[in-house]
Ligand binder design. Structure first.
Ligand SMILES: Cc1cc2nc3c(=O)[nH]c(=O)nc-3n(C[C@H](O)[C@H](O)[C@H](O)COP(=O)(O)OP(=O)(O)OC[C@H]3O[C@@H](n4cnc5c(N)ncnc54)[C@H](O)[C@@H]3O)c2cc1C
Length: 444
C-alpha cells in the first residue's frame, strides 16, 4: 500500500489509536495535541497532600476509569503497547443510596431484599434487564423514547423510583430527548462479559492508572516513527493551493498533508475546519453533548465497600459516588481512599461558570450530608475537574442524523466519539470507532 502523510488533530485515546494503526501500516503520521501530554480525558493529575514529611503528590486519573473484561478493543491496544500484564482484575460491589441509607445491590439475594420496590416491581426490573440484554437489533430502539420503553417494561413504580432518578442523574433533562438505545447499550455493556462467554464480570485497572497507559502508548508511537507534537494547538484545517489539506497552528505555521483526521468534539471540529458546507456545519452543531463536573476527594479512610453508589435522591448535586479505592488497592494511592463525585450537565450549564471553590463547597457539604461522620480532617485533598464535551445525547434516530466522517473538504475526515451509535461512552467504544472508521477511510 502507498505510504501517505497523515495529520491527526487531538491526542486522546482516539487520536493515539488512529496514529498507531496508521503507523503499523507504514504511513507517516503527526499527532497534534494542545495539552503538554497526550491522553485527553484519560490524563492523570497530581493531588498534593500534606504529610508529616511535607507535601506528597498522589497521581491518578483526573476522571475515574475502569476496564471491563469484555473491553476487547481496549485490551487489544493495551496488549500492543505492552501493558496488558499490568491490569489487575477485581470483583466489586454496587450500592444504592435510598432515603438516607446505603444498600448493597451486588447479588440476587440483595436484589430481593432491596427496599422501596415490592416483589412485582422487582420482577419487572429484572425482566427489563433481561429483555434489554437479549435484544440484538438496536436500530429499532432508536425510534422509541427511552422513557416510553422503560415504563412499558418496568411499570410506573419502578420507573419513578429507580429509573427516573438514575436517568436524571446521568443525562440531566436530556433524558427526555434520548432514545431507548441508551439503556440498551448500558445494559449490554454491563452484561457484556456473560454475553461473550466469560463467567462473570470483573472490573480492571492498570497499575499506576491511565498514566501508565499514556506513557507506554506515547513510547510505542515514537518507536513506530510517529511525530508527537504536544503543547501544539491547531487553529484551522483547510485546503491548500495544491488541493491537499493544511493544518494551521495558533502561531500561524502551516503543514501540508495527504490526509487529515480531526478527532475533536463535533461543534469544535465544525469551527476548526474551513470549507465545510452549511449543511455539514448544521449537522455537526446539532450533535448535543453533555459535560461533566467531577470533584475528586482523597480521604484518610474508605467511605464504603462500593465501587459505585447510585443515588436516587435528587437533593444531591452529584450523580453517584465512585470509590476508586474499592477497586484500586490503596497502596497505589499513597494509602489514601480516592472518591469521585461526578455531575453530568449540558455543555452550557451555569455550573461551568462557577469557581472551583464554589463547586468544591457545594459538593463537599452534600458529601458530608450523605456520610455524616465525615469531617474536614478526613479530607486530605479536594479537586475540581471539568470537561464540557463528554457524552453525546443519543436522540431519536441518532445514527441517521450524524454527519458522515468524510467531509466535503478534500481528504479531511471528522471522527470522534459522537460516532458511538450503539454503545455508551468509554475507551473500548472510542478505540472501536477509531479502528472501524479508519478501515472505512482506508478502503476509500
Ligand atoms: C467522568 C468520566 C468517566 C469516564 N469513565 C470511563 C470508564 O470508567 N471507562 C472507560 O473506558 N471510559 C471512561 N470514560 C470515557 C473515556 O475517557 C473516553 O471515552 C475517551 O477518553 C475519549 O477519548 P477521545 O480521544 O475521543 O477524546 P479526548 O480525550 O477528549 O481527546 C481529544 C484531545 O484533543 C485535544 N485538543 C482539543 N482541541 C485541540 C486543538 N485545537 N488542537 C490540538 N489538540 C486539541 C484535547 O486536549 C484532547 O487531548 C470516562 C470519561 C469521563 C469524562
Amino acid at each position: 500500500m502507498e505510504s501517505k502523510k497523515w495529520g491527526i488533530v487531538g491526542g486522546g485515546m482516539m487520536g493515539m489509536t488512529l496514529a498507531h494503526r496508521l503507523a503499523q501500516q507504514g504511513h507517516k503520521v503527526t499527532v497534534y495535541e494542545s495539552a503538554p501530554e497526550l491522553g485527553g480525558l484519560v490524563s492523570p493529575w497530581k493531588m498534593p497532600v500534606q504529610t508529616a514529611d511535607g507535601i506528597k503528590d498522589i497521581e491518578w486519573d483526573k476522571f475515574y476509569h475502569v476496564i471491563l473484561l469484555s473491553d476487547f478493543y481496549t485490551r487489544g491496544i493495551l496488549k500492543d503497547i505492552d501493558v496488558d500484564d499490568k491490569i489487575e482484575w477485581v470483583e466489586t460491589k454496587t450500592g444504592f443510596y435510598i432515603e438516607g441509607k446505603l444498600h448493597s445491590m451486588s447479588d440476587t439475594v440483595e436484589f430481593l431484599k432491596f427496599p422501596t420496590l415490592n416483589l412485582i416491581d422487582k420482577f419487572r426490573l429484572g425482566l427489563t434487564i433481561l429483555v434489554a440484554s437479549r435484544i440484538k437489533d438496536w436500530k429499532k430502539l432508536e425510534k422509541i423514547p427511552l422513557t416510553d420503553w422503560l415504563k412499558k417494561w418496568s411499570g410506573a413504580n419502578t420507573y419513578n423510583k429507580i429509573w427516573l432518578p438514575l436517568l436524571r442523574a446521568k443525562l440531566g433533562d436530556s433524558y427526555q430527548r434520548t432514545s431507548a438505545v441508551f439503556i440498551w447499550a448500558t445494559i449490554q455493556r454491563l452484561y457484556g462479559a456473560r454475553r461473550s462467554g466469560l463467567k462473570k464480570e470483573m472490573f480492571g485497572f492498570v497499575k499506576g492508572g491511565y498514566k501508565t497507559v499514556i506513557e507506554s502508548f506515547t513510547n510505542t508511537l515514537l518507536t513506530e516513527g510517529v511525530t508527537v507534537r504536544t503543547n501544539t494547538t491547531v487553529k484551522e484545517v483547510k485546503t491548500g493551493a495544491d488541493n491537499k489539506p493544511l493544518i494551521q497552528l495558533i502561531d500561524d505555521s502551516v503543514e501540508s498533508f495527504d490526509e487529515v483526521i480531526v478527532t475533536l468534539p463535533s461543534s469544535v471540529s465544525a469551527r476548526l475546519c474551513t470549507g465545510l458546507s452549511p449543511n455539514e456545519v448544521k449537522r455537526l452543531n446539532e450533535v448535543e453533548y453533555l459535560g461533566v463536573i467531577c470533584v475528586a476527594v482523597l480521604l484518610d479512610r474508605s467511605i464504603s465497600d462500593f465501587y459505585i453508589t447510585n443515588i436516587t435522591d435528587s437533593r444531591f448535586p452529584f450523580t453517584g459516588v465512585i470509590e476508586m479505592s474499592a477497586l484500586v488497592n490503596k497502596d497505589y494511592l499513597g494509602g489514601y481512599a480516592l472518591v469521585y463525585l461526578p455531575k453530568y450537565v449540558v455543555s452550557d450549564d451555569p455550573l461551568f461558570d462557577q469557581s472551583d471553590e464554589e463547586i468544591r463547597n457545594y459538593f463537599i457539604s452534600n458529601f458530608k450530608n450523605m456520610y455524616p461522620w465525615l469531617t474536614d480532617s478526613n479530607l486530605k485533598f479536594v479537586g475540581v475537574a471539568k470537561a464540557k464535551h463528554v457524552i453525546t445525547v443519543a436522540r431519536l434516530n441518532y445514527s441517521e442524523l450524524l454527519p458522515d466522517i468524510r467531509t466535503s473538504v478534500p481528504n479531511v475526515y471528522i471522527v470522534n466519539t459522537s460516532h458511538i451509535k450503539d454503545g455508551t461512552l468509554n475507551v473500548n467504544e472510542t478505540v472501536k470507532v477509531a479502528e472501524t472508521k479508519l478501515e472505512e477511510i482506508l478502503k476509500g
